[in-house]
Design a protein around this ligand. Sequence first.
Ligand code: HGY
Ligand code: MN
Ligand code: MN
Length: 430
Amino acid sequence: MSTVVTTDTVRAAIARDGAGTLLARCGALAKCTDKSGELLRTFLSPAMEQVHQRMRPWFEAAGMTVGADRVGNLRAIYPSISGDDSPRLLIASHLDTVPNAGAYDGVLGVLMGLALVEGLGGRQLPYSIEVIGFSDEEGTRFGLPFIGSRALVSRLDEALLKNKDASGTTISEALRDYGAVHPDSPEPSLAPSASAYLEFHIEQGPVLESKGLALGIVESLASQSRCHLAFYGFAGHAGTTPMILRRDALAAAAEWMTRVEMIASDVEGLVATVGQISAEPGGVNVIPGVVRCSLDVRHAEDAACSAAVKAILNEARAIVARRGITVEAEEYHTQPAVHLDPTMIAIAETSVRQTGYTSMRMTSGAGHDAMVIARHLPSAMIFLRNPGGISHHPDESVLETDVAAAIHAGLCFLDEFALLLRKKGSDLRV
Ligand code: HGY
Ligand code: MN
Ligand code: MN
């Protein structure tokens, strides 16, 4: 009996092949690291250059023109059948990582864009596709997230450019040095024809796995805030200073951190994390005089996030007052919650349904470049199941069958998006 070869059976076969290639590429790119023994890839670093070099031939073989802009975003374009002024769909994510990262956070979304173009098998669409690998989303080098996507949609303001990395290099100095090596790289800008944005990403959480689902459709992304704190006590001799006379900055910070955990645990949907801490002068036999640490607070609602930041910083002030020391706190990054575009969400959902998979709508606790782009373009995100919900960790993983489902859904999305353009015209923001 002959089997009916439908578009979807063809797409499913293409997707299965593409999934194996995508995972092999994630493995190859995971070797591009700035720190031996772990995966660490930061803004404009040597490892990021290596990734660009590895990816260029892949994009070129897919019929795409590829380059990098002046902030190190990798930009690859698959032309439209209807000429350069056709609408453009961006498919993007980031290529940088956190310290000791897994192999899929960010890079999977960039390789998904490549896999979809390859899945077209040379077929051109009534719109162009631009695949972007953002140069910095995590903020690992400078503490500030979304440098690549922010540069794409608006200028990096002067205050931001003054931020320094651990070596004391500012963002503007890093950009100057990058520009000297890449003098022909164009200023980052959103193509005038850019009409919509799609990002694939691992969920980085346990929800899809708990529901037995391969794919999720992101409706909104949580509000987030990042702060620096510095506790100022008084350094002293660990052997001769009675406990009652100490002004121990680390003891104060430690007391505060237990309160951070309690405050966050008491509010439904609130998370708060102290991920970085350093004690000065750092001698085994010296009472810490200064402690510097970070604070990351997230909640689906802006008001709850900002109220939590306020309560947590007030707690620090109360603790230092009792201990006779001081604290300085600066909220240096806030990113309001973002709701993605209902029309784009709807075609993402239709696309997943066409594959025969079911999906669920969800809020992302993790931040993504879609938060930045969604304020300028109708945007959608499709999550892939993350076994164990493990991410920002070398054990981060993704199932090949789920990657195949995502590629299959993505190929359906490309045709759904063409239909949408035909129905609504190229300005989808109306
Ligand atoms: O921190 C985040 O939410 C993301 O992984 N950058
Ligand atoms: Mn991340
Ligand atoms: Mn990410």
